[in-house]
Design a protein around this ligand. Structure first.
Ligand SMILES: Cc1cc2nc3c(=O)[nH]c(=O)nc-3n(C[C@H](O)[C@H](O)[C@H](O)COP(=O)(O)O)c2cc1C
Ligand code: SF4
Ligand code: SF4
Length: 277
């Protein structure tokens, strides 16, 4: 719910025109909230030149005034950063600072979500990486052992390859302590999305993950998405270990840590398939 300070409001109508829900009207040259279908998106807060609007359900103290020096990003640098980032699979045995992990979560928290439903939650793993690694490898090994060919499945060869990998990874960890799953990363952030809150739980989580990756990269950390953990995350052993409730889907996870890898250039990719319409 929004509230508008009548003393501050000058009736400029900017909030009225920027509200996607038409949930503010002008009466006697002052903005009046209707609060019928408000998404709590905060556009009215952000656009008001008088700082007259507030949203009751949020902490308004965390709002930051725009400042070109600290908000502007050069577009060429953005594109170069996207091209230059690489998945890290070689982490130093150095812990990641709690404050840095909190800022990465913050990048996820401020990522747009469909209908502004904000369905995400996060599990930050630091102290119990070992138990999570072992449990996940046990689950993946079981899944690998249960693999059966399905010639009608166009992804069958991929499934077969993964099944073979999971069994091998399990052996490497059990016999030699080599972690080919999480690469001995000192930290991991699991992104969960609540299917009872959002109609787009996977998209919302994926968008947040991408911003979080960019934030981690900008913070000087190595990052790698881990899809194998997502495959394993439906298993009850993982869900109970991490205390994940039924309505939450594990969208993806980010392995995080410092790395010695130094790249000298970007990599090539397929041409974009674009149909101009
Ligand atoms: C997956 C997704 C789907 C969205 N679909 C629509 C849409 O159909 N129409 C629309 O006006 N906004 C859409 N949005 C924008 C959200 O409503 C918006 O991100 C949210 O209200 C927060 O506002 P902000 O992006 O200005 O922070 C979508 C956002 C996401 C992430
Ligand atoms: S928070 Fe968003 S939806 Fe609600 S009144 Fe303001 S602009 Fe409109
Ligand atoms: S943007 Fe601010 S000053 Fe302008 S009408 Fe809305 S509340 Fe009033």
């Amino acid at each position: 719910m929004i509230s508008i300070n009548k003393e501050k409001c000058i009736g400029c109508e900017l909030c009225v025109h920027d509200c996607q829900c038409s949930d503010i009207k002008i009466e006697n040259e002052k903005a009046v909230p209707l609060n019928n279908v408000c998404l709590s998106c905060g556009h009215c807060v952000a656009i008001c030149p008088q700082n007259a609007v507030s949203l009751n359900e949020y902490n308004m103290q965390e709002i930051i005034d725009y400042n070109k020096d600290s908000f502007h990003i050069n577009p060429e640098n953005v594109l170069n950063a996207i091209k230059f980032r690489r998945s890290a699979r070689n982490f130093k045995n150095v812990p990641v600072e709690k404050g840095m992990l909190e800022k990465i979560v913050e990048a996820g928290r401020f990522t747009p979500s469909g209908g502004n439903r904000q369905p995400l939650s996060f599990i930050v793993v630091r102290d119990k990486m070992d138990v999570l690694t072992k449990t996940t490898l046990d689950v993946l090994n079981d899944m690998g052992c249960k693999y059966e060919p399905d010639m009608d499945d166009p992804l069958d060869s991929q499934r077969k390859r993964y099944a073979t990998m999971w069994k091998m990874m399990h052996q490497q960890y059990a016999n030699k302590g080599i972690d080919l799953l999480f690469f001995h990363a000192p930290a991991m952030i699991i992104i969960l999305s609540d299917k009872n809150i959002s109609l787009n739980p996977l998209i919302d989580g994926g968008l947040a993950a991408s911003n979080m990756q960019t934030m981690a990269d900008a913070s000087g950390l190595g990052v790698c998405f881990n899809g194998f953990f997502t495959f394993a995350s439906d298993d009850e052993k993982i869900r109970s270990l991490l205390n994940i409730s039924d309505s939450k889907i594990v969208v993806t996870s980010l392995l995080l840590g410092y790395t010695d890898n130094r790249y000298h250039r970007t990599v090539p990719r397929k041409e974009a398939e674009i149909n101009w319409f």
